[in-house]
Ligand binder design. Structure first.
Ligand code: THU
Length: 133
């Protein structure tokens, strides 16, 4: 089934409501769309040892990979911010592993939406990393 961006934003917002964020009280939801049309949800899950927290976007990627979906087309993110929140640097790098030109739809709970390509937010994600020549 093909979902519209409106439907995906609604789903991302619902997922945000399930975030475990007792420390920051900042709930984020992400819905990742595979090139095969499947969708995978993630929310942020915090921990009392703060550094163990995992963002919504990475949890969505891990769910997709665990289900055998590595071909990613789009991620839709929702949070209750004034300006639609964009993924942190770590999540950008993890997303780029699977599609450096992924489409990103950033949304807030007030109806604002912005669309980017991951390549705009993270240029040259892997340049030089494994190049030892
Ligand atoms: N967080 C996300 O889940 N995604 C983002 O794009 C930014 C930050 C989470 C991590 C932490 O649980 C809370 O938001 C505050 O940083």
């Amino acid at each position: 089934m093909q979902y519209t961006n409106d439907q995906l934003v609604t789903q991302a917002r619902e997922v945000a409501g399930r975030a475990y964020a007792p420390y920051s009280r900042f709930q984020v939801g992400a819905v990742l769309v595979g090139k095969d049309g499947r969708i995978f949800a993630g929310c942020n899950v915090e921990n009392i040892s703060f550094g163990l927290t995992i963002c919504a976007e990475r949890n969505a990627v891990f769910a997709a990979v665990a289900a055998g979906c590595r071909e990613l087309a789009k991620i839709v993110i929702a949070a209750d911010t004034e300006v639609p929140a964009s993924p942190c640097g770590a999540c950008r790098q993890v997303l780029a592993e699977f599609n450096p030109d992924l489409e990103l739809v950033l949304s807030n709970f007030r109806g604002s939406r912005e669309t980017f390509r991951l390549s705009e937010l993270l240029p040259r994600p892997c340049a030089g990393i494994l190049d030892r020549s």
